[in-house]
Every structure is written in structure tokens, then in C-alpha cells.
Write a protein that binds this ligand. Structure first.
Ligand SMILES: Nc1nc2c(ncn2[C@@H]2O[C@H](COP(=O)(O)OP(=O)(O)OP(=O)(O)O)[C@@H](O)[C@H]2O)c(=O)[nH]1
Length: 305
């Protein structure tokens, strides 16, 4: 089964995400690919949905931010798209106020993590706003930095509003924050489609890819338990995890239990909820600078006991 590619469009309010989305959809259409769009606007009325042609499945997540209030809805809509529309790719435009870790978290449901491939986070930066960022609140400045730090491809947009000197300054500052991502100067978010297609799963969603190397940035990893494990051993595994594992969620079955538990872990706090039926024993991890191979070995060891 081909996995559905997921592209996350991130970037601050007004930076050019919808402008980018429109172009990507035009390019995908030319290549006869089946795509779907999920948009998340803060506030009840969607302003941008007319950017998307009627024949493209569009799910709008209104009145709340992907990262906080409407995770469950996102999960069910994403599942609906995967089951009914079965697109080649889904483009997710997050609100400008969303933190990339939280968007990834919302997308990576243990129910279908093995059916999607998160190709990457594309962050759009408004050049002028970045250079004048010191006039923004510290929280907003920090968010702009996080959106850049976690990106896999960065569009330094609105270059028509910048002098050559400002463009160089912008490029240097952004590359200093994130040297792993390719950054490209754009006007009206015009980016060659090859750049998008080159985003070859730098974010891991596939077991096998965990063998490549340590990920020097934000990445995800999915483990599938084959059998029940011991709860004490699992908790001791959790205690030893690096604190750059921001989030774990999924289903785990303990030796004594009839059914699996839903397990949630964020910033070091574990939480279990008993299920009353069998669930896929997938566990999703989101972290930064993590050697997933080592995590995988430890999980294997839990199953071997
Ligand atoms: N001058 C200039 N304007 C641009 C450029 N790219 C986008 N814009 C304009 O900037 C405005 C915001 O662009 P959008 O694509 O709607 O930005 P967005 O990030 O989707 O905005 P939100 O949905 O509010 O978060 C629009 O009026 C665009 O036409 C650019 O390169 N140069």
C-alpha cells in the first residue's frame, strides 16, 4: 500500500502559506496527482478556502488551533481522507500561531501513523517581518524562531520588499538558526516543485528508516509492538529517555491486561487510559536529536522479556 505523503506548511500569519499552497496545488494538478488539503484557521470563518479548487477534497478545521483545541477533530478528518479519498498527498496549512512540534503531534495518530509519510515541514518566512522582529513580543519572536528551527525547507519570502543587503542578512540569520534545511529566497512563494519533492522523508515515519542514523533535528518514529510487555520495565524505559523526546502516544498492552491502554506522554509526564477493545499496538514518538535505532533496540528488549 502506498503511503500518503504529508506536507506541513508552517509560517507566521501573513507570511505567504496560502500563496504557496495555491501554487503547489496547481503543480500537483499538472502531474495528475490526487491531493487533499487541510486548513486550520483561527476564528470561525475560513477566509482562505476559496484558494482551493472545488474538485480537491478540503477539510477545514475552524475555530481553534490544530495544536490545542481540535486535535480529535483533526484526527478523525485525516482518517476520513485516508480511508475515503486515499490521496497521494495531503497538504496541511497550519495557523501561523502553531508550533511545529504540536502540528506534527496532531498529525501523527497511532491509529494511522503507518499509513502516512510525513515528507516535511515547509516554513514560509516574511522577510521584512523577520528583519523587524524585535518590535514583536518575545513570545511571537520565539515562535518565529521555532518555525524556522524545525523546518525542512525554508522559503525566505517577500524578497521584492527587500534590498540586496537585506536579503543577504536574512539568509545568513536564517541559516545560522537552521543549517540542515535548504533555504531559498522567493517572491510570492514561488518555489520549484523539485525542491518540494526532494523533501525525502527527513522526518521518519517508517520503522526501517530508523536504522539510518541519529536525527539531528525534529523527527518522528513509529514502533509497532508485536506482543504484551511488562509495565514496570516500560516505565523504567521511559525514565531513561532523553528529555528531547517531546511526545509519545500510542497503544501498549501490558502482560496482565485483557486489552491495550492508550498511552500519552508529554514533557516527561505519562498517562494511561484503559481501552475496552483491541487497538493497533502502534506507538508514535516525536523528538529532536534522537538516535531512533537505540530507542528501537530498547523497545525490542522490552518485548523479549
Ligand atoms: N509583496 C509581496 N506580497 C506577498 C508575497 N507573498 C505573498 N504576499 C501577499 O501577502 C499576503 C498574505 O499572503 P498569504 O499567502 O495569504 O499568507 P498566509 O501565510 O497564508 O496568511 P494567514 O493565512 O493569515 O496565516 C497576501 O496579500 C499575498 O498576496 C511576496 O512575495 N511579496
Amino acid at each position: 500500500m502506498n503511503k500518503t505523503e504529508i506536507y506541513i506548511l508552517s509560517g507566521f500569519l501573513g507570511s505567504g502559506k496560502t500563496t504557496l499552497l495555491k501554487q503547489l496545488l496547481t503543480e500537483e494538478k499538472k502531474q495528475n496527482r490526487k491531493v487533499a488539503v487541510m486548513m486550520n484557521e483561527l476564528g470561525k470563518v475560513s477566509i482562505d478556502s476559496d484558494a482551493v479548487d472545488e474538485d480537491i477534497p478540503l477539510k477545514e478545521l475552524l475555530d481553534g488551533c490544530i495544536c490545542c483545541t481540535i486535535q480529535d477533530k483533526l484526527e478523525s478528518q485525516l482518517q476520513g481522507l485516508l480511508v475515503i479519498d486515499k490521496p497521494d498527498a495531503i497538504y496541511i496549512e497550519a495557523t501561523g500561531a502553531a508550533h511545529p512540534v504540536e502540528v506534527l503531534d496532531a498529525v501523527m495518530s497511532p491509529l494511522f501513523a503507518d499509513r502516512i509519510e510525513v515528507k516535511g515541514i515547509i516554513s514560509v518566512v516574511d522577510g521584512k517581518r523577520w528583519l523587524n522582529r524585535h518590535s514583536l513580543s518575545p513570545q511571537v519572536q520565539q515562535l518565529l524562531i521555532e518555525q524556522i528551527r524545525h523546518a525542512d525547507l525554508i522559503l525566505l519570502n517577500k524578497t521584492d520588499e527587500l534590498t540586496d543587503g537585506e536579503q543577504s542578512k536574512l539568509t545568513m540569520e536564517i541559516q545560522a538558526l537552521n543549517s540542515h534545511a535548504f533555504s531559498i529566497l522567493t517572491t510570492f512563494a514561488k518555489v520549484p516543485m523539485q525542491q518540494i519533492k526532494r523533501l525525502s522523508s527527513s522526518i521518519k515515519t517508517d520503522r526501517a528508516q530508523a536504522h539510518v542514523s541519529t536525527d539531528l533535528k525534529l523527527s518522528t518514529y513509529v514502533y509497532q509492538f508485536k506482543q504484551a510487555i511488562g509495565q514496570m520495565e516500560f516505565e523504567s524505559f521511559l525514565r531513561k529517555l532523553p528529555d528531547t523526546i517531546y511526545r509519545i502516544k500510542g497503544y501498549v498492552k501490558f502482560h496482565s491486561a485483557e486489552f491495550p491502554s492508550l498511552f500519552q506522554y508529554s514533557y516527561g509526564m505519562p498517562l494511561y487510559m484503559k481501552e475496552n477493545m483491541n487497538m493497533p499496538l502502534n506507538m508514535v514518538f516525536i523528538g529532536e536529536n534522537i538516535d531512533w535505532k537505540q530507542v528501537e533496540e530498547e523497545l525490542h528488549a522490552l518485548e523479549a522479556r
